[in-house]
Design a protein around this ligand. Structure first.
Ligand code: FAD
Length: 457
């Protein structure tokens, strides 16, 4: 009886899963394996919101496999060691895995390769599972990666993607194989109260609803803070409960400006992955150093604490920071303006903000998070590195009636319309009635500090 092991990592789905389909074609029995990797925990990446979402994903994957006559096998430890153990227990001839797109995944793949070579077993690595195009699939002449988005997007758009695969009907798993219990979300403490549910079934429900009701209006509405009109598919892309190839292909088949704008955003995801794959150090070090001497010391510590708590005195910034705490997710416009506020208005190191986001974001992703932070801080791929977003103008433009602020900052819920963006303009007695802080710094002062620090006119 030929057995194949399919190692699931950031691809927790049955639809459009090339390694699983190939394993089913080449073997009589398949071991769908997930390893709760000790290294992820040691790297500080295993935070409650993502752990809870992961628990949902594994529970759903196990249920979907059971419907097909199989089940999920869960182990914990070092991935390569656990895979080798399962291979020895089942006599499997091969192991299949999606190609990793991070430095961590590349090292894991290396360890797997050498563990399996020692057992004389083959490792098959499948591209185009975790990103639509693998990092390095398209290259500019004379470089190992694209450093500017638009040329990457043009080149990426010309590539032909494979047709998405359906989910298998049946999966036969060898009998008697030990598995740890699938982790349960209910056992995980410290999660955000408004955290979305995870799992492939939930992802597909969301995708369907998004295609019916959201996609067509995406181009016009993606920056509408109170309208909340983006797909919210990011955690599903992060955990791979939805396939990026399938999302791109489905959007392209619908066509229209909304679908085109959505595909462009999906390309940003690939763009950051190809940058980080080529420059792994950019997860921690400036991609383009600007000789910043970021503020530190006790005054900066107070500003950081206020930013994290959503008490900067700038309502739209505070609203977005509170959304992050409550949902483990933040609207992209919120991410842009809170990151600009920390790095430019407060002139605090982008790594401080990136770490805070990674501690809370359910879609927290080393490539997208670190490189978006660098983009905003002006140390990354942005072609206008010294632009500073004005939080009052941002609020008035993307939350014109103030509804987003009133939703997340209840202290200001009594203020009507756009007045909510500038509570400091209220008469002093009225201001005293709201338990809301004065701005940490005035915008002209902050702009001047930033321009002097960066030495720009
Ligand atoms: P939609 O607008 O519906 O977009 C569809 C998909 O396209 C998203 O799910 C996402 O996978 C991708 N996408 C959209 N914008 C970007 C972008 N700028 N970069 C990369 N991919 C993008 N995204 C993450 O997935 N993980 C992160 O850790 C993360 N951290 C960020 C930190 C900062 C400072 C900023 C400015 C952005 C960050 N983003 C991150 C990108 C973006 O904000 C989120 O992907 C988006 O808000 C998720 O919501 P959505 O699924 O509704 O997006």
């Amino acid at each position: 009886m030929a057995v194949s092991v399919v190692l699931f990592t950031s691809d927790l789905r049955l639809h459009d899963h090339p390694p699983l389909r190939a394993a089913l074609a080449s073997a009589d029995e398949v071991v769908p394996l997930f390893v709760l990797d000790r290294g992820v925990r040691e790297a500080g990446f295993d935070v409650p919101n993502r752990r809870a979402f992961l628990a949902d994903c594994l529970t759903d994957l196990d249920a979907a496999l059971r419907e097909r006559g199989g089940r999920l096998v869960v182990r914990s430890g070092r991935t390569a060691e656990e895979v080798a153990r399962v291979v020895a227990e089942t006599g499997a001839a091969e192991v299949r895995v999606a190609a990793g797109v991070t430095h961590y995944a590349a090292r894991r793949e290396e360890a797997l390769r050498s563990a399996l070579a020692g057992l004389d077993r083959r490792l098959h690595v499948h591209d185009g599972v975790i990103t639509a195009l693998p990092p390095g699939a398209v290259l500019p002449s004379g470089s190992d990666h694209y450093a500017v988005f638009t040329p990457y997007f043009k080149r990426w758009s010309r590539e032909r993607l494979r047709d998405p695969l359906g989910a298998p009907r049946a999966v036969r798993v060898p009998e008697g194989l030990a598995s740890e219990p699938v982790p349960a979300r209910a056992d995980i403490a410290g999660t955000a109260p408004g955290l979305a549910p995870g799992g492939e079934s939930e992802g597909r429900r969301r995708l369907l609803a998004w295609r019916r009701a959201g996609l067509a209006g995406y181009e016009d509405r993606h920056d509408d803070l109170p309208g909340d009109a983006t797909s919210r598919l990011s955690p599903h892309l992060h955990f791979g409960t939805l396939s990026p190839v399938e999302l791109v292909q489905r959007a392209r088949s619908l066509g229209g400006p909304g679908a085109e704008a959505f595909v462009r955003q999906l390309c940003w995801r690939d763009f950051h992955h190809q940058m980080l794959a080529a420059r792994p150090a950019a997860a921690h070090a400036d991609y383009r150093p600007r000789r910043d001497l970021w503020r530190s010391g006790s005054e900066a510590a107070g500003d950081i604490a206020a930013w994290k708590a959503g008490r900067t005195g700038y309502p739209v910034v505070d609203a977005a920071m509170r959304q992050l705490r409550h949902e483990g997710w933040m609207h992209n416009r919120g991410r842009l303006l809170t990151a600009s506020f920390l790095t430019k208005t407060l002139y605090i190191d982008w790594r401080v903000g990136a770490r805070h986001f990674l501690d809370h974001l359910v879609d927290g992703d080393i490539a997208n998070n670190q490189l978006n932070w660098q983009w905003v801080a002006g140390t990354g791929a942005d072609t206008r590195p010294n632009r500073v977003l004005n939080p009052v103008r941002q609020g008035r433009r993307f939350d014109p009636d103030g509804d987003y602020v009133r939703r997340w900052v209840p202290e200001l819920s009594g203020l009507p319309g756009p007045a909510v963006h500038e509570p400091w303009l209220l008469p002093a007695p009225e201001r005293a009635r709201h338990d809301y802080p004065e701005p940490l710094v005035t915008l002209p002062e902050a702009l001047d500090r930033f321009r002097r620090a960066r030495d720009v006119g």
